[in-house]
Design a protein around this ligand. Structure first.
Ligand code: SF4
Ligand code: SF4
Length: 139
């Protein structure tokens, strides 16, 4: 029997939370804020929101703040956070899911086709956005 505690996202009234869990494939409620992900992140000094704070804000359904966070474009997908999490949450996938959500904004089918962007639009994107658009970690 699966004894993992799961609380329906509906109880938070957050479609955003449910979507973030679905895209990232992670159980975000498992996080208990130990901070190990942030302590090992090589890009933390350059982030406005630390990895453990990203997860907590996701639990609270803080959509606008998360999608506006500079940190999601500073993350280099090194996956150090993934290897340090005692709850086996893949934080890098959460970061990528957030980038996906920003990049998909305005896309009719909720998917981003990088080939359909103009050369100018592609040139304006940070490299990590291109990687996320190719869906390296999430599906
Ligand atoms: S994957 Fe991103 S958030 Fe995780 S440790 Fe690396 S830079 Fe930091
Ligand atoms: S390492 Fe895992 S459990 Fe600890 S704060 Fe980060 S996401 Fe949460």
């Amino acid at each position: 029997m699966n004894t993992t505690l799961r609380i329906s996202p509906d109880r938070f009234g957050s479609a955003f939370f449910a979507k973030l869990e679905k895209i990232s494939g992670q159980n975000l409620l498992a996080c208990y804020q130990c901070g190990k992900c942030s302590a090992g992140c090589p890009m933390a000094p350059h982030m406005d929101v630390l990895p453990n704070q990203i997860i907590r804000m996701a639990q609270l359904g803080m959509r606008e703040q998360l999608l506006a966070a500079r940190s999601i474009w500073v993350c280099v997908s090194c996956m150090t956070c993934n290897s340090r999490c005692p709850k086996e949450i893949r934080i890098a996938e959460v970061f990528e899911a957030l980038r996906e959500m920003v990049l998909r904004t305005g896309s009719r089918d909720d998917q981003l086709d990088i080939q359909k962007l103009s050369p100018e639009a592609r040139g304006a994107l940070p490299p990590i956005a291109m990687i996320s658009a190719m869906r390296k970690l999430t599906s």
